[in-house]
Design a protein around this ligand. Structure first.
Ligand code: KG4
Ligand code: ZN
Length: 469
């Protein structure tokens, strides 16, 4: 299934198609050209199966005239895709439409696209009432500089990502880890270029922006400072509100790119600095149920990569090597005293390091792939055990995976399987949205905007040790 925007040459075919699928009283084909309507068609192979007609009232202000899907294809998300495509294509600032008040399915569809009911129209449809629904889309420039990625993105408040430019600093490779001073210097140098590129790719001007969003913690103090100061300067200059975003919330909300989140949900957040299972009863209602008491999983992946001489950053390299190995070495899974939900990975890290050193000292051959696979297996077993415990804490509609380590295929598959077994919806962001990026910060800002969460333009201060909740 794909959606196309029609050109003038298609209008004759469209007139025939419209007559075929629509009650003739509603046909508007004859006005298309004179009124300057735009028409989007959903097609399957060469067959047309649905359409959306919009009218641009003012600059970037649209009214949806009709959305129609052929009867045989209803209930398959085609109207959703038509709406999605139109919005991506036209980038509307405001969209309005009228719908019959008792058409629950349609009202719900529009609500899921952030439309609000703003007025009721008595007997608008014969003897039936109508409702006027409006969606005002805001454009957010998001900035992320918490660690060693310099990133800027343009995101709309309906969770559409218009651009996401990520510069991964390479300077750190020769040190085998992130050097804070080097990271700050790189951010200073690269951020202006990255912001310009993000605006260019989104085909946006500064004047199109409604908000600036920025990560204010957790992260490296010097790195956070660069992003926050840049955001505040832009906010001041453009007279726009600046939304402070928690980096960890950003990782979780990256899942909005996969569709609306269903609350209550559990997030398995696994990154270079954090490992936690978080409950969200609703947007922004965080409660950490389980977390590591020492190392984060990503950090341990990087250490294991170093001891196996795989280079930096190590996570993806260990993951790749594990594919060709067998989990035949028994590495311990540590229990945390007095915290059944607690996780600990430093014992596992030491066990892997000791294993490798002992083999080296005794001149024994090391099957690196087996070490990688066995380590990864221990990580997955730990996550499995803790997630099962957390799932017993409530009734959850969705499990999301978040953070840099969720780029890991095996971990994705395993968590997905747990969700499937319980009939719970599962999502994980695309790889480029798993590791640090500014689009996730923009999505988190969109959550705040859509839920009317206190957005402040006051002095934003960096919080290197910021926690969720
Ligand atoms: O979320 P992130 O980009 O940065 C932090 O906020 O910490 O996570 C980076 C971490 C690194 O430790 C990296 O090695 C790990 O995510 N990582 C992976 C994979 N891709 C990235 N770990 C395991 N398997 C992967 N495929
Ligand atoms: Zn991160």
């Amino acid at each position: 299934m794909e959606v196309i925007k029609l050109g003038v040459k298609d209008f004759q075919r469209f007139a025939d198609f419209e007559k075929e699928v629509t009650v003739s009283a509603y046909c508007v084909s004859e006005f298309i050209e004179s009124y300057g309507y735009d028409v989007y068609v959903a097609r399957r192979k060469q067959q047309w199966i649905g359409y959306l007609i919009v009218h641009e009232l003012n600059d970037k202000q649209f009214d949806i005239i009709h959305i129609v899907v052929q009867e045989a294809y209803r209930g398959r998300g085609i109207a959703h895709q038509l709406l999605h495509f139109f919005q991506k294509d036209a980038r509307p600032k405001e969209v309005s439409l009228e719908v019959r008040e008792d058409n629950d399915a349609a009202v719900r569809l529009y609500q899921s696209h952030q439309f609000d009911i703003v007025a009721r129209r008595k007997r608008y449809y014969g003897d039936k009432d109508g409702v006027l629904m409006v969606k005002a889309n805001k454009t957010i420039l998001a900035i992320e500089t918490s660690c060693d990625e310099t990133s800027a993105a343009v995101v709309q408040s309906d969770y559409t990502i218009l651009s996401n430019v990520i510069y991964t600093q390479k300077e750190h490779e020769k040190y085998g880890g992130v050097v804070p001073e080097v990271a700050s210097r790189e951010h200073v140098e690269k951020l202006p270029i990255i912001i310009t590129e993000a605006l260019n790719q989104a085909e946006c001007e500064y004047s199109d922006l409604d908000y600036i969003a920025v990560t204010y913690g957790p992260g490296l103090a010097g790195s956070l400072m660069i992003g926050v100061e840049a955001a505040k300067t832009l906010g001041w200059q453009l007279e726009l509100p600046v939304i402070p975003v928690n980096h960890m919330a950003g990782h979780i909300y990256a899942n909005y790119d996969e569709g609306n989140l269903q609350y209550p949900l559990l997030s398995v957040t696994v990154s270079g600095g954090h490992t936690e299972i978080v409950e969200l009863q609703g947007p922004e209602q965080f409660r950490i149920l389980a977390q590591t008491h020492d190392d984060a999983i990503g950090e341990v992946y990087d250490k294991v990569a170093r001891v196996l001489d795989l280079g930096y950053p190590g996570g993806p390299k260990v993951a790749l090597l594990a594919e060709s190995g067998e989990a035949n070495i028994s590495f311990p899974i540590a229990k945390v005293r007095d915290d059944a939900f607690g996780m600990s990975f430093s014992g596992l890290k030491t066990a892997v390091i000791n294993y490798v050193h002992k083999h080296k000292q005794n001149n024994l051959e090391i099957h690196k792939a087996d070490v990688a696979a066995s380590f990864q297996d221990a990580v997955i077993r730990t996550l499995d055990e803790k997630l099962q415990l957390c799932l017993a804490e409530g009734t959850y509609k969705q499990i999301v995976l978040a953070g840099g380590v969720s780029a890991n295929t095996r971990i994705r598959e395993h968590i997905k399987q747990i969700a499937n077994e319980r009939g719970i919806h599962f999502t994980v962001p695309k790889s480029e949205l798993c590791t640090d990026n500014a689009a996730m910060i923009g999505l988190a800002a969109a959550v705040q905007i859509n839920n009317n969460i206190d957005i402040t333009n006051d002095e934003i201060k960096i919080k290197p040790g910021l926690v969720l909740g």
